[in-house]
Design a protein around this ligand. Structure first.
Ligand SMILES: [Zn+2]
Length: 282
């Protein structure tokens, strides 16, 4: 089983996590830029963080045979802080870099006018740079936030097939499916989506355009919940091919739209049995 975690914040995880992920079959991941727990006070703080997402973190992942990619953006929470807004001018420089496979995570936190503006501006940046976009949906008022997100996607005119709307649940999945956007689900240890609930969604909606991630960060989270969900799919009667589609080929297809996924170089053949096929995009 090969796993591609399309949303995980490795900056906040230890090398033990990388090791456990590699042992369990995680071979590639996408780390979206987000907040730091405490507020940033200047644009320099973003610059250092972005540099670590394209330099240090891929190196750390490579030591465990995991391919690391990232997405770059002003996150929804900090879109409200005037000290952070200037980072919008810095983003184009990073959106050209190898290893940056989307604009993200963008979207809504409290659904303020400042967030509206930052979301629209960054979706437009994705169009300009021919990159997909990773959109976070708010924890409060999720249905309203999702509807508003889909309205902005339409207004900006970005192709829905290049947009991944993340952190969905039973209430919001249908809206996103009908929009033509990709559907992301974050599996958590005790809140939001769990492996059994995810399996029910897959039974009802199928495996097309669906991505599953652990969204692990500094909070209570578990980088192996992708693996647990894959197992729950098998236990519920999904085939190995269904699991491979959701856990590998779907994220490869979505982020492959950037033209920058690197899944062939330095295959970790020595540590993983049967890992010769790492090229994706088909
Ligand atoms: Zn996140």
């Amino acid at each position: 089983m090969r796993i591609f975690d399309p949303h995980i914040h490795m900056t906040s995880r230890t090398t033990d996590d990388y090791e456990r992920m590699a042992d369990a079959g995680v071979r590639a991941l996408v780390e979206p830029a987000f907040w730091l727990g405490q507020p940033r006070t200047s644009v320099g703080s973003f610059v250092d963080y972005f540099d670590s997402l394209i330099g240090w973190e891929p190196f750390r992942a490579s030591q465990f045979g995991i391919r690391h990619h990232c997405t770059i953006a002003l996150n929804p929470k900090e879109a409200n802080d005037p000290r952070c807004r200037e980072v919008l001018d810095v983003l184009p420089r990073y959106l050209l870099k190898d290893g940056v496979v989307a604009v993200g995570e963008i979207g809504y936190d409290s659904m303020t006018p400042a967030e509206d503006e930052a979301l629209a501006a960054q979706l437009a940046l994705a169009v300009d740079h021919e990159l997909p976009a990773l959109v976070h949906t708010p924890h409060r008022d999720k249905a309203a936030g999702t509807r508003r997100t889909l309205d902005v996607v339409k207004e900006v005119g970005i192709d829905a097939r290049r947009v991944l709307v993340d952190h969905l649940n039973e209430v919001t999945v249908g809206l996103v499916r009908d929009s033509g956007c990709w559907m992301g689900f974050s599996i958590y240890p005790d809140t939001k989506m769990s492996p059994p609930r995810m399996v029910e969604i897959l039974k009802r909606y199928g495996t097309e355009r669906i991505l599953v991630n652990s969204a692990a960060d500094w909070g209570r989270s578990d980088p192996l919940l992708t693996v647990a969900t894959a197992q729950a799919m098998r236990d519920a009667g999904f085939t190995a091919d269904d699991v491979d589609r959701v856990m590998w080929r779907n994220p490869v297809e979505f982020f492959g739209q950037s033209g920058r996924l690197e899944l062939t170089a330095d295959p970790p053949a020595a540590t993983f049995a049967g890992s010769s096929i790492l090229r994706g995009g088909d």
